[in-house]
Write a protein that binds this ligand. Structure first.
Ligand code: IZC
Ligand code: ZN
Length: 407
C-alpha cells in the first residue's frame, strides 16, 4: 500500500542519477509518458503504468500535465533585514553595483538592517519568503549568511536557517559567507578582517555545525584571490565545503581559484576566462549561473554554452538577495537560462534540479524522480517541457509535493 499515488501524468521529465550531468549529458532528460508515481514514507516507491500501480491511501490526478522534480535553488542570500529599493534611483542613473557598495551602500546597507533586526524578525521574514518560493516550485534552498560581518549577526542569520529547516516543509542548506564584504569596522583592512573571520567567527560557526559550505565574494574592491584563498583554505580545515562568488563583475582570477582549489561550485561566472573554465572543468567544479542577476544588473550573460561544451556541469539559481537579484522566482531564472544562455529546455531543467542538487551535495536524495529518492515533485499547469520555458512571467506550478506531502 502506497501513501500517495499521482495518476494521469502526461509527461514525466527528469534527469537521472546521483551526481551532476556534465557536457552533452546535461541535456539527457528521461521522458516517460502516461505514467503514475507512487510515494511511500515520503520517498518515491513506484514509477510505471497505472494498471500495475499498488493501491494507495490517497490519489492525485495530474490531468495529463507535465511532472518534474521539485526545483532546487542552490544559491540564495535568503536571510536579511530591510530591502534596498532606496537604491533604485542610483541604479536607474547607471551607478554601478560596486560603486554603490564602495560608497557604503549595497551589501553594507543590508548589513546595517540585518544587524538591527531581531532573530524573530529575520525568521518571520525569511519564513514568508521561503513559503512563497515553495509555491513557485522550489523545494530545496541554499541560504548564505554574510549580512552580519561580525560574529553575533552571522550566527543569528545561520540560526534562522537552522530554525527554518526545523519548522518548514523545505530542505535548507546553510553556507557561511562572512567574507561577503569588508565590515565597516575593518574598512580598508581586508586582510585583518579575513584574519578575524578565520580566527573568531569560523571556529564558532563550524563548532556549532551551523554551516555546511563557506563562500567568499572574490571581486574587485571586495576580496582579492589571495584573501579569498586564505578564507577558503581555513574553512576547508574546519571541514566546510567550498563555494566562490567568482567573476561576477571583473575577471580577477576567481574562476581559476575555484578550479585550483577544487571548489564544489563557482557562482556567477559572468566574466569567467577560458582558462578559468578549463580549470573548473578539470576539477569538476559546478558552475552556478545566475541569469536573473545579469538581467537585473544589466550585465552580460555568462557563457553557459561554452561551459557546457568544455565539459562543465552548469546549474542555475535565483541568487535571491535584496540588491542584485530581488527575485525569488526560480522559474524566471529557468526562462532566462533558456532564452539568454540558449540552454535547451532539457539542459535548463537539469540546471535547476539534478545539477543544482549536486552543487549543494544533495543529489543522492533530491534533484530527480527516481525510486528511493525523496518525493519532491512538481505538477505543472503545463502540457510539456517546452511550455514552461515559453510561457515566462507567470507561476506555472499547479501542485507542489514535498517529501510526499501535498503542499
Ligand atoms: O546583497 O548585493 N553579489 N552579493 C554578491 C550580493 C550580490 C548580494 C547583495
Ligand atoms: Zn550571491
Amino acid at each position: 500500500m502506497t501513501d500517495l499515488l499521482i495518476k494521469n501524468i502526461g509527461i514525466l521529465a527528469t534527469p537521472e542519477g546521483n551526481g551532476p550531468k556534465r557536457g552533452k549529458e546535461q541535456g539527457d532528460i528521461g521522458i516517460k509518458k502516461n505514467v503514475a508515481i507512487g510515494i511511500t514514507f515520503g520517498k518515491i516507491s513506484y514509477i510505471g503504468d497505472i494498471e500495475e500501480a499498488p493501491a494507495a491511501k490517497e490519489v492525485i490526478d495530474a490531468k495529463g500535465s507535465l511532472v518534474t522534480p521539485g526545483l532546487v535553488d542552490c544559491h540564495t542570500h535568503l536571510v536579511f533585514g530591510g530591502w534596498r529599493q532606496h537604491e533604485m534611483e542610483l541604479k536607474l542613473k547607471g551607478v554601478p553595483y560596486l560603486d554603490i557598495l564602495k560608497a557604503g551602500g549595497g551589501i553594507l546597507s543590508t548589513v546595517e538592517a540585518t544587524r538591527k533586526a531581531t532573530f524573530d524578525e529575520l525568521y518571520e521574514k525569511a519564513k514568508k519568503l521561503s513559503l512563497t518560493m515553495l509555491r513557485y516550485g522550489t523545494t530545496t534552498i541554499e541560504a548564505k549568511s554574510g549580512y552580519g560581518l561580525e560574529l553575533e549577526t552571522e550566527l543569528k542569520q545561520l540560526k534562522v536557517v537552522q530554525k527554518l529547516q526545523e519548522e518548514l516543509p523545505i530542505d535548507f542548506v546553510s553556507t557561511f559567507m562572512g567574507a561577503h564584504a569588508v565590515s565597516p569596522e575593518y574598512k580598508g583592512r581586508g586582510e585583518e578582517f579575513v584574519d578575524y573571520l578565520c580566527n573568531e567567527v569560523l571556529p564558532v560557526v563550524a563548532g556549532e555545525k551551523l554551516a555546511e559550505y563557506c563562500d567568499v565574494f572574490c571581486e574587485t574592491g571586495v576580496f582579492d584571490p589571495g584573501l579569498s584563498e586564505k578564507m577558503l583554505l581555513k574553512a576547508k580545515e574546519y571541514g566546510l565545503k567550498l563555494k566562490i562568488h567568482a567573476d561576477e563583475i571583473d575577471p580577477i582570477g576567481g574562476g581559476e581559484l575555484a578550479g585550483r582549489l577544487g571548489a564544489a561550485s563557482a557562482e556567477h561566472l559572468i566574466a569567467a576566462t577560458d582558462e578559468g573554465i578549463r580549470l573548473m572543468s578539470k576539477s569538476g567544479t559546478i558552475g552556478v549561473l545566475l541569469p536573473a542577476t545579469s538581467f537585473y544588473l544589466d550585465k552580460p550573460f555568462a557563457r553557459a554554452r561554452h561551459m557546457i561544451d568544455e565539459g562543465m556541469a552548469v546549474a542555475c539559481a535565483s541568487d535571491f538577495n535584496p540588491g542584485s537579484s530581488p527575485n525569488l522566482n526560480l522559474q524566471l531564472a529557468m526562462n532566462l537560462a533558456c532564452l539568454r544562455y540558449k540552454l535547451t529546455p532539457e539542459e535548463a531543467l537539469c540546471a535547476v534540479t539534478l545539477n543544482a542538487a549536486s552543487a549543494i551535495d544533495r543529489a543522492g536524495s533530491v534533484g530527480s524522480i527516481e525510486l528511493g529518492k525523496q518525493a519532491d515533485i512538481i505538477i505543472w499547469d503545463a502540457p510539456d517541457l517546452n511550455y514552461i520555458f515559453y510561457r515566462y512571467g507567470s507561476n506555472l506550478v499547479d501542485t507542489v509535493i514535498k517529501k510526499g506531502l501535498v503542499i
